[in-house]
Design a protein around this ligand. Structure first.
Ligand SMILES: *[C@@H]1O[C@H](CO)[C@@H](O)[C@H](O)[C@H]1NC(C)=O
Ligand SMILES: *[C@@H]1O[C@H](CO)[C@@H](O)[C@H](O)[C@H]1NC(C)=O
Ligand SMILES: *[C@@H]1O[C@H](CO)[C@@H](O)[C@H](O)[C@H]1NC(C)=O
Ligand SMILES: *[C@@H]1O[C@H](CO)[C@@H](O)[C@H](O)[C@H]1NC(C)=O
Ligand SMILES: *[C@@H]1O[C@H](CO)[C@@H](O)[C@H](O)[C@H]1NC(C)=O
Length: 396
């Protein structure tokens, strides 16, 4: 018991010592933070380069490795992110509409620190406020992008409340791997203003942050810029399902199925919502919704019920964090099913078969009757001949 607690005390002490060592200094050994942090903008919509120089006190330390820790406020995650690098440069994506905060520490390890990792007590910090240029009230609002059936993307926005007349807006975009910022290939216009962009003919990468900037100029001065970032796989809106097929299955079941949209959406990525509207003979309706990843649904049919269906689809959460529902398909209904025989307006086969059977029956009856009439006529003829003969004979 005593041994165990002494051991755990030792472990705690060791951990404390190590933590102390990393955060502060070992045996009075201290490291200075780096100097001269510079944040420069290469014009890639907020992908900024951070550079710094090593502290003068480390100029003649040869046998130790110098590392730097860059802490920066990640405005997309709304929290601090940290990276360690042996280089004196780091690039990260920032939201140019918000404050940029960067802190850099120096880390030292090797024989000069007796093998422990020593981190500078202090950091060098840079806080840069957004430029904030542009006429207030001219920033665009409600920027929404929809990736239609994974074929083409369309982004739309609304004008700010103080848009000056004759303003000209522009949309620029960039993502890692694109050499330079590009402009919208085809603007959408409404009420004389640019109100969106059709990225037709441009293939944007998925699972990549794409940065958009909407800025512009007007006779009164520059408009306020807006920056947004998104990943296109989270903006997919599948095509509307065109046709639903409804038929009677075996064992008095209703079978509903539909087609997948044609396009680039992987088969396993879609899920469907089936809306089933049941209307009873008393006019009462009940709505039932089913989520499925198959393109069919089998339901038991209900007597005296009119069933109506429509479906819509979206990307399943295994394939994207979010997405848009497609539009609802047209509605397809079965007619009222009576207790006796189900009747379908979608599947008139039953009616056809019934009509065919009746027609066959009627036809065979007709044919039978005709044959019967003919035969009786043929039998009658000799009889009447004989009769007339005999008649004549008897007269004569
Ligand atoms: C490394 O350890 C030696 C002996 O244990 C000590 O003399 C020296 O001051 C230590 N150096 C540092 C940087 O802690
Ligand atoms: C840390 O650095 C800041 C300037 O970057 C300075 O104002 C502050 O006094 C320093 N703190 C310590 C404990 O050296
Ligand atoms: C955008 O481009 C696509 C493909 O070229 C086209 O089908 C669509 O109608 C366009 N959208 C608008 C709003 O013009
Ligand atoms: C809008 O942004 C682009 C890309 O950063 C830039 O080249 C252009 O000069 C800006 N235009 C205005 C009017 O600010
Ligand atoms: C739906 O169709 C799949 C084949 O595409 C089939 O395996 C499955 O049994 C059907 N499910 C229902 C409920 O009809």
């Amino acid at each position: 018991m005593a041994n165990k607690s002494r051991l755990s005390h030792e472990v705690t002490f060791l951990l404390l010592y190590l933590t102390c060592c990393e955060i502060m200094h070992c045996d009075g050994f201290t490291v200075d933070p780096p100097k001269d942090i510079v944040i420069s903008d290469p014009g890639l919509l907020g992908y900024l380069d951070i550079t710094w120089t090593s502290p003068a006190s480390l100029d003649d330390i040869a046998e130790c490795q110098i590392l730097y820790q860059v802490d920066y406020f990640n405005t997309y995650k709304n929290s601090w992110s940290a990276v360690r690098t042996p280089r004196r440069k780091y690039s990260a994506q920032f939201d140019l509409m918000k404050d940029i905060r960067v802190r850099v520490y120096t880390l030292l390890s090797g024989p000069c620190t007796n093998g422990t990792l020593v981190k500078s007590t202090n950091y060098t910090e840079v806080v840069q406020q957004p430029l904030g240029t542009g006429i207030t009230g001219t920033a665009i609002q409600n920027f929404i992008c929809v990736y239609h059936n994974m074929i083409y993307m369309e982004c739309k926005w609304e004008q700010g409340p103080k848009m000056p007349a004759n303003a000209q807006q522009k949309l620029y975009f960039w993502y890692k791997g694109l050499e330079k910022v590009e402009e919208c290939p085809k603007y959408l216009i409404s009420n004389g203003y640019r109100s969106g962009c059709n990225f037709t003919g441009i293939s944007l990468p998925d699972f990549t942050n794409i940065i958009f900037c909407i800025n512009g100029s007007s006779p009164k001065g520059p408009l306020k810029s807006t920056y947004t970032t998104l990943q296109i796989q989270n903006h997919v809106k599948p095509e509307t399902t065109e046709t639903l097929y409804l038929k009677a299955g075996p064992d008095k079941q209703l079978e509903l199925h539909w087609d997948r949209p044609v396009g680039r959406i992987p088969r396993h990525c879609l899920e469907w919502e089936v809306e089933h509207n049941k209307e009873g003979p008393d006019g009462k309706t009940a709505l039932e919704k089913t989520l499925t990843r198959q393109i069919n649904l089998t339901l038991p049919f209900m007597h005296n019920m009119r069933s109506c269906f429509r479906v819509r689809s979206r990307l399943h959460k295994y394939c994207a964090d979010k997405g848009f529902w497609s539009q609802w398909s047209h509605q397809t209904c079965s007619t009222v099913m009576t207790a006796a025989e189900p009747e379908w307006d979608v599947v008139p086969a039953f009616v056809c078969i019934a009509v065919a059977i009746i027609a066959t029956l009627v036809l065979s009856l007709c044919v039978g009757a005709a044959l019967h009439v003919r035969r009786s006529k043929r039998e009658k003829r000799p009889e009447s001949l004989l009769a007339s003969l005999f008649g004549r004979n008897s007269i004569s």
